[in-house]
Design a protein around this ligand. Structure first.
Ligand code: RB5
Length: 150
């Protein structure tokens, strides 16, 4: 399991917490920034993480901003990305089992570090259920292909 992780300034401190958690679990990750709480723009960090996951260089991505919204909207513009904003462990599990989400987004102004860590643990441990859910994810891909520009 290789994880790409990124945040904006609003998610920086929680990103550092999640990195320490991944380190403790021996889970390999690459940090795509940001590097401080200095104000930055979340699309600039969503894009490289989403592209790296889309290219298959990482199994999963984790993106954190203030709300988990802007960084997730940005990531979902990249072909092949299914970014899911999860602020509870049930949604985290469902986003993997039903949606095969390949990026988890969280808002550091919404969840505390303890819950965020639990969410990451569940999200990384849960597999895609396939079956009828695979048909639905294929239909998401068909929508994506329909609107692909290049
Ligand atoms: C930054 O102030 C904030 O807008 C950002 O972290 C995020 O919440 C946007 O969706």
């Amino acid at each position: 399991m290789r994880v790409a992780i990124g945040s904006d300034h609003g998610g920086y401190t929680l990103k550092e917490h999640i990195k320490a958690y991944l380190d403790g679990k021996g889970i390999a990750f690459q940090d795509f920034g940001s590097i401080s709480e200095e104000s930055v723009d979340y699309p600039d960090f969503a894009l490289p993480v989403a592209e790296a996951v889309s290219r298959g260089e990482f199994d999963r991505g984790i993106l954190i901003c203030g709300t988990g919204i802007g960084i997730g909207i940005s990531a979902n513009k990249v072909h092949g990305i299914r970014a899911a904003q999860c602020h509870d462990t049930f949604s985290a599990r469902m986003s993997r089992e039903h949606n095969d989400a390949n990026i988890l987004t969280m808002g550091a102004r919404v969840v505390g570090p303890g819950l965020a860590q639990d969410i990451v643990e569940v999200w990384l441990a849960t597999g895609f259920a396939g079956g009828r859910h695979a048909r639905r994810v294929d239909k998401i891909r068909a929508i994506e292909d329909k609107y692909r520009k290049s």
